[in-house]
Design a protein around this ligand. Structure first.
Ligand code: HEC
Ligand code: HEC
Ligand code: HEC
Ligand code: HEC
Ligand code: HEC
Length: 181
């Protein structure tokens, strides 16, 4: 009996030790990329939010959730409260794990730590509102989000050449200082 306990404790420390190691490694690689990057399993997000269900099947307008796209540089990601407008009533499929996770964030008063997908280099500024007011569709840069389950990867390279090609095509500015600080 004693020996079994001893083994159990050794195993436990080994597991804890390797977890700490994995976390430390994660911490290092995070600094170079997106600061909030974390491993949440296959979806890559703390909650597997399906765009196809919301924007496709239920036809919720993009800007209902990404409310600042037409008036600010950043499109904005909705706060938990705007999810709960529906999900205090909509429970999702029976046995599903995602809505209980969502309600957990709400009950704890925590923001959902979404991992960022689209991100330009720090020395570049990208104003959403200028593109929306010029009539450029979300899909031109983000693909057919209505058909995508969990947004996982960049559809467009976000390189300077990509920006400039469209600016040339659409007669928008090529002045270095509009994009660079
Ligand atoms: C019900 C709310 C909701 C609707 C409607 C919605 N989104 Fe989202 N969107 C989110 C949430 C929450 C995230 C963060 C989670 C993620 O990235 O999967 C997100 C993430 C994104 C991202 C990635 C952001 C990043 O991290 O770079 C893009 C691009 C996006 N949405 C585009 C769209 C477009 C285009 C539409 C309309 C076709 C749309 N969304 C409709 C809630 C919504
Ligand atoms: C306008 C109403 C509405 C809003 C706002 C809304 N949802 Fe939903 N959501 C739904 C409906 C309807 C379903 C489909 C439920 C079903 O199939 O049983 C759904 C499904 C989901 C699912 C899939 C559940 C599963 O287990 O398959 C997730 C995850 C989800 N929503 C998360 C969110 C998050 C996060 C937000 C806020 C960013 C949000 N929803 C905002 C109506 C909404
Ligand atoms: C001309 C290309 C383009 C168009 C059009 C565009 N986006 Fe973006 N989007 C980007 C780029 C580039 C980024 C990364 C910006 C950054 O890092 O500052 C981004 C980032 C985002 C993000 C990440 C978080 C944030 O707050 O910015 C969301 C969400 C998003 N876009 C949603 C949308 C929606 C919804 C639309 C349509 C209403 C849209 N975008 C139209 C290029 C575009
Ligand atoms: C799909 C086409 C398209 C892509 C891709 C695109 N843009 Fe634009 N951009 C436009 C249009 C159209 C305008 C609006 C021009 C106007 O208002 O006269 C614009 C305007 C701008 C402006 C404001 C310019 C000014 O005169 O003040 C900036 C800054 C900008 N874009 C940055 C970017 C950056 C950075 C990227 C790449 C990450 C990018 N754009 C990608 C089409 C695009
Ligand atoms: C329409 C927007 C836009 C305009 C105009 C623009 N740039 Fe850029 N530039 C970008 C983006 C986006 C990146 C980031 C590319 C990446 O991360 O791969 C970039 C990157 C760069 C870099 C860094 C190179 C690198 O490999 O990251 C330099 C230097 C640069 N630009 C100089 C210029 C100069 C000089 C001009 C004027 C002749 C200019 N840019 C005009 C969007 C623009």
């Amino acid at each position: 009996m004693k020996k079994q306990w001893f083994i159990a404790i050794v195993v436990m420390f080994a597991v804890l030790g390797s977890l700490a190691f994995v976390q430390a490694q994660g911490g290092n690689s995070q600094e170079s990329e997106t600061p909030a990057d974390q491993d949440y399993g296959p979806s890559g997000q703390p909650i597997a939010f399906p765009h196809n269900t919301h924007a496709g099947e239920y036809q919720i307008d993009c800007q209902y959730c990404h409310f600042s796209a037409e008036r600010a540089s950043s499109a904005g990601v909705p706060p938990v409260a705007s999810c709960m407008g529906c999900h205090s009533a909509v429970a999702g499929p029976e046995g599903g794990e995602e809505i209980p996770k969502l309600r957990g964030y709400w009950e704890r008063g925590e923001a959902i730590p979404w991992n960022r997908i689209y991100k330009v280099a720090d020395h570049v500024q990208f104003p959403h509102m200028r593109h929306i007011s010029a009539g450029v569709d979300c899909a031109a840069c983000h693909g057919n989000v209505e058909e995508i389950g969990v947004i996982q990867r960049v559809e467009q390279p976000l390189t300077m050449g990509w920006c400039l090609n469209c600016h040339i095509d659409m007669g928008a500015s090529r002045d270095c200082t509009v994009c660079h600080y």
